[in-house]
Design a protein around this ligand. Structure first.
Ligand code: SAH
Length: 347
């Protein structure tokens, strides 16, 4: 079975020709799918044509199967994919709008020590249409439409490494920003990478000037490699050059994520090295308090020390903030909920 949401408007027009349908049907289908409807719900089409489509394409490629609501209002969703795989996503309410955090892969093969997503390795990539369908489903479920979206911001910070699924992620961003569909502006989208340098350089040429975020977590290559195996492939200096290049090409400042692990990367030495590396760069640093994952034994830095760490960076002239905690009581860390779910169900 294929996924109709994977098709661009142009592809849909070609499909209409092959079905001997009028070309305006393509626009109807495109808008209906982007607003989160299933094929069987596109009643503008004849029942006969819907049946034909459903014999080739999955009616509902992404289905919400569970929702958890945190005390702070954060919602965590589990989605079933058509092949039985399960992914997760988060919906966070802010004063400026609502942010959806998306997964880009089922599992992940980057193997970062602190992260729950990588524990079972990579299962498969998500297609562009599956990523789109998760946004469309949550936007619809939370009362949004195409014209008045409930989801206002997107962060590609769920399970998976977006640049390890490069082509599908780029295609997804083109679908998501299409003016006839959900029409997202790149300013309201952030993509987080563990630092795949060749893809970072290529992405700067795509004409998709989103907020590029890099997971740094340690300013020393050897120590970073202990947390993030990908550091063996790309040095921090190469990552920083790729960030500088992104700024030159897009004019967008970049963001670093730095999850504090007690006694590992929260030392004065780390703060001083970060200042040295980032002082003259057009960037912001997001200090994250580690979400403890029982499988790895790493401990979070306490709040007071986290604010002290951020204060040190700020005093040196860097832009740094400690990120608000979201959904800590509903397994907010990447991949945690999916793991719990898989552990308790035969899927
Ligand atoms: N693969 C991408 C995006 C997914 S993770 C990346 O590496 O950037 C999104 C962010 O959450 C990353 O900065 C990641 O390092 C961080 N993260 C993962 N697990 C975490 C945990 N248990 N606690 C705190 N941050 C975590």
């Amino acid at each position: 079975m294929k996924i109709l949401q994977d098709l661009s408007l142009e592809n849909l027009k070609e499909l209409m020709t092959s079905y001997n349908e009028k070309s305006f049907r393509a626009g109807q289908i495109f808008r209906a799918l982007q607003s989160g409807r299933k094929i069987s719900e596109i009643t503008e089409l004849s029942a006969n044509f819907r049946e034909k489509l459903m014999s080739e394409y999955v009616d509902e490629p992404v289905r919400i199967i569970k929702k958890l609501v945190s005390k702070d209002g954060t919602e965590k969703y589990l989605f079933a994919l058509y092949d039985g795989n399960v992914i997760e996503g988060v919906f966070m309410k802010n004063n400026y709008g609502n942010t959806q955090c998306l997964s880009t892969q089922v599992g992940c093969r980057m193997g970062c020590k602190f992260c729950a997503s990588g524990i079972g390795g990579l299962v498969r990539n998500l297609t562009a249409g599956e990523m789109l369908a998760t946004v469309a489903a949550v936007n619809r479920y939370t009362g949004g439409t195409l014209d008045k979206r409930s989801v206002t911001n997107i962060v590609l910070m769920g399970s998976g490494e977006p640049f390890d699924n490069y082509d599908n992620v780029v295609e997804f961003l083109r679908l998501l920003s299409h003016k006839d569909g959900l029409n997202f502006s790149m300013r309201n989208i952030s993509l987080s990478t563990c630092g795949l340098v060749p893809e970072m350089i290529k992405f700067a040429t795509e004409g998709l000037p989103l907020n590029l975020t890099v997971s740094l977590h340690n300013p020393f290559d050897d120590k970073r490699a202990e947390l993030m195996p990908i550091s063996k492939a790309y040095k921090i200096s190469e990552i920083l050059s790729a960030c500088d290049n992104y700024f030159e090409k897009t004019g967008r400042r970049f963001i670093f994520e730095y999850s504090l692990v007690k006694g590992v990367n929260d030392t004065d030495e780390c703060a001083e090295e970060l200042i040295k590396l980032l002082k003259h760069r057009p960037c912001h640093i997001n200090i994250i308090r580690l979400n403890e994952v029982k499988e790895n034994g790493l401990k979070a830095t306490d709040d007071k020390s986290a604010y002290r760490f951020a204060g040190k960076l700020e005093k040196a002239g860097l832009s740094a903030t400690v990120r608000r905690l979201f959904g800590a009581d509903i397994e907010g860390a990447c991949g945690q909920l999916r793991r719990t779910y898989l552990g308790s169900n035969d899927l």
